[in-house]
Every structure is written in C-alpha cells, then in structure tokens.
Design a protein around this ligand. Structure first.
Ligand code: SAH
Length: 417
C-alpha cells in the first residue's frame, strides 16, 4: 500500500517534472515492481499511446533489459524522456557471484540505496520440492523417469534446459535486508533487520538471475523458493505483489513457488485467502513449545497451538500439502522422541516434512547431527505415515545453504569472472 501511495506521488510529479519519491532512492522511479495498471497510468501520464504499456512490461519482465535505452521498441525520444524523468529499470546489480563445487551460485545483489541481499541459484534444485504433490515436486520423479546418471543428472534433457546439465533449477529469493526473527541457528538473524525489500527488488532478484543464467520460464523449468534472507510474512504486501508479478508478467508457474514462514500466524490466515499464491512451508524446527521458544523466540507470541491451528485451517488446493521444515541440531531437537512428538503434532494433517541438518556457521552455537541420527529421525516420521524428506545442503562451501546467507564475502572461493 505504501508503494501505491508513493507511486501516485511519482505519477503526479512525472507530469509536473518535480522530483519523484520512491521507496529506496528519492530521485528514481523503478519500473520493476510496477504492475500492468501502474505502468498503464505512467504511460498515460506521459501522454503516450496505451500500447506503450505492453512494450514496457515486455521489456522489463520478459526481455529483462537493464537500461531504458535498451528498449528498442520505444522511440529514442521517449527513451531519453523517461531517463530524464528519473525512471529506470531497477534491476539489482550482480555485485558478486560465488560458485560452489555442486553448481550452486550465490549472488550478492546490490540495491539502489547501497544495501545488498543474496539470491541463490540451484541447478537441479533442492528447495525442498520433493514429494509436495505439486508440479514442482513432481518434476523430481519425472526426472527419474527419463533416467538419471550416477551424478543425479538426467540422461535426457527437456525443454529449454537442453544441454545445460540440469533439468530444473530453483532460485532462492530474499524478502528483507537481514531478518528480525531471531532464530538461534540462523546466520541471517545475526544481521538484524535493515529494511523490507520492495516488490521490484524481490522480482528483480529473479529477473537478474534468469538473465545471468540465460534461462526463461515457463520454457525452462524454474522453481522459486522464498527462503532467502528475511521473513516474507513480515513484508507481506510487497512479497505478495512480487508473487503476482512473477506469475503474471515473468511467466513463473504458480505451483512451482513456495514461501517459507517462521510462523507469523495472522499472515498465514491472510495467505490462505489469496487467489494467486505459492505453496506454504512452515519452519517448525522443534517438537514442543519449550524447545521451540528456545530456538525461535517468536514462539512466545505464536506458540505451537496457534501455529498448528492456522496450519489445520489453511485451505489447501488439490494434491497440495503444507511443508514443515525441521532443522536438526545435534543432541538438541534430533532424538527419536522429538520425531515422535512431531508425528503427534502433525497427525491427520495433509503435511510433509523436510528435514535439514544444520548448516553450520560462525557465531552459531549448535552442531550438525551425524547422518545416522538424521536417518533415524526420518524413519520415525515415515513409520507414522508422514512423508519425510531430507534436504541436501546446496552450496555449503560458499555459504549459500539454508541459514547461511549473511553477505559473506571473505571466503576462499573465487568469484566467477
Ligand atoms: N524466514 C523464513 C524463510 C527463511 S529461512 C523462515 O524462517 O521460514 C529458510 C529455512 O532455512 C527455514 O526453514 C529455516 O528454519 C532454515 N534454516 C535457518 N538456518 C538454518 C541453518 N543454519 N541450517 C539449516 N537450515 C536453516
């Protein structure tokens, strides 16, 4: 809503020639983040014919240009005029790339006000899609149908990804600069929260990565997970606007998106009412209130009873399940007894569980359990008939894995040229 108000000011001043306020930089209006109606209003206020709106939308969201001057469908005169009015594309600048041995790429994205966030590219995914009953999850089994090599790579490639060595890819997106939810095992928490990202900055991360990787949904099978820095449900309006733009303008398939929340209960209710929405994942991380409050202090406000009531009420679509994420911390929340408690909590829910062994980091006072402990935990849940998957850490060597996003730049891995 705030964005809407600022935009209106922006449109008025577009006409009058006064400086245009925006969320992140007072002298610029970014096209990224504007929807069809807002772009149409901007075109009208500039006294241009209505078809220009479609040209702008196509250039920004499908062609993903980074400069107004690259929109060749617009006459030179108009390009100059837009630039002169302080209108820009607003694509985040890729400041650094860290490339993992496993193919994961962690991007450091520079924003207009000098802040930065991280976005992660995972060829062959592990945004935790397996078994969620959706198109994103099912792509795992369809990969298996075409036959996988020892490396887990498809023997045959489909769609636009042919020859690239991956069949699908997942982009992990940030929603805030830092995070206000003080989860004790997460590196992002150590940053605190600086500010919300605008819708344009959220969509912009996706556009910048698609451009860099030279891929395009829906031809290329791209999954999105809102699981990077920040708590999406504490930046709800911008996050939801970004979702709509990603589906309607960028072409991302709705059922291939998942948002993860630490458990902001009122927003879980709102989210259930959205006509266009990603799938829901909830970071459970503990099997009882005492433990959860210790690991995730927000549990004092929204305890397990409230959280699970919201999950039970959540209107699921056909074949959809809620994912519960559970970070396993050695000797803290990873005993078979904890798994039994989790099974009890999730009884009769259309749920699946994603287990993540802790990704370690400096300043984090927990350790990673041995693989056998993870496997035992999984077996207890499976025995209770809860579909349970172990997420493979991606890009740990470059601090790109879950909970490791902290804008770490001083690591040994060389950035790509
Ligand atoms: N704020 C949202 C999304 C970001 S965290 C949320 O809390 O869900 C994405 C996932 O990474 C969460 O499930 C979180 O519990 C998990 N995570 C955080 N720190 C981690 C760590 N050090 N190792 C493994 N997973 C971690």
């Amino acid at each position: 809503m705030l964005g809407g108000k600022l935009l209106m000011t922006g449109l008025a001043s577009f006409r009058s020639g006064l400086p245009i306020p925006v969320m992140t930089n007072s002298s610029q209006v970014a096209l990224l983040g504007l929807d069809r109606t807002e772009i149409a209003a901007l075109v009208e206020s500039a006294g241009e014919p209505a078809y220009r709106a479609q040209q702008l939308l196509g250039a920004v969201y499908r062609q993903r240009v980074d400069l107004i001057d690259q929109i060749l469908t617009l006459p030179q005169r108009l390009r100059a005029e837009l630039a002169q009015k302080g209108i820009s594309i607003g694509l985040p600048a890729i400041e650094q790339r860290f490339v993992s041995q496993d193919g994961t790429v962690r991007y450091l994205m520079g924003l207009a006000d000098g802040e930065s966030v991280e976005t992660v590219w995972m060829p062959e995914g592990d945004g935790g899609e397996a078994g969620d009953g959706s198109e994103a999850g099912d792509s795992l089994s369809s990969t298996e149908h075409v036959g996988t090599t020892a490396l887990g790579r498809p023997a045959e490639h489909k769609l636009g990804s042919a020859g690239r060595g991956w069949d699908r890819a997942t982009i992990c997106i940030s929603s805030q600069v830092g995070c206000a939810v003080d989860c004790q095992f997460c590196l992002t928490a150590l940053l605190g929260v600086k500010r919300n990202l605008s819708a344009g900055e959220i969509v912009g991360q996706v556009c910048a990565v698609l451009k860099d990787q030279k891929v395009s949904p829906p031809e290329d099978r791209i999954n999105l997970v809102f699981m990077g820095m920040g708590e999406p449900f504490l930046n709800y309006d911008n996050f939801m606007k970004a979702v709509r733009l990603l589906v309607q303008e960028v072409g991302v398939v709705e059922s291939r998106m998942t948002v993860s929340t630490a458990g902001i209960v009122p927003r879980i209710h709102d989210f259930g009412e959205e006509p266009v929405r990603p799938k829901l994942a909830i970071s459970l991380n503990a099997s009882n209130d005492q433990l959860r409050t210790r690991l995730m202090p927000l549990n004092r406000k929204w305890n397990l009873e409230k959280l699970l009531a919201a999950a039970r009420d959540f209107p699921l679509r056909n074949r959809e399940r809620i994912t519960f994420e559970y970070v396993l911390l050695d000797e803290v929340n990873d005993a078979p007894q904890h798994a039994k408690e989790v099974a009890e909590l999730l009884r009769r829910m259309r749920a699946k569980v994603n287990l993540i062994a802790l990704n370690p980091g400096p300043g984090i006072d927990f350790s990673t359990p041995a693989a056998e402990r993870v496997a035992t935990f999984q077996q207890v849940l499976i025995a209770a008939r809860i579909p349970t998957f172990v997420r493979h850490p991606r890009g740990r060597d470059i601090y790109a894995a879950c909970g490791q996003l902290k804008r770490t730049v001083a690591i040994a891995t060389m950035p790509a040229p």
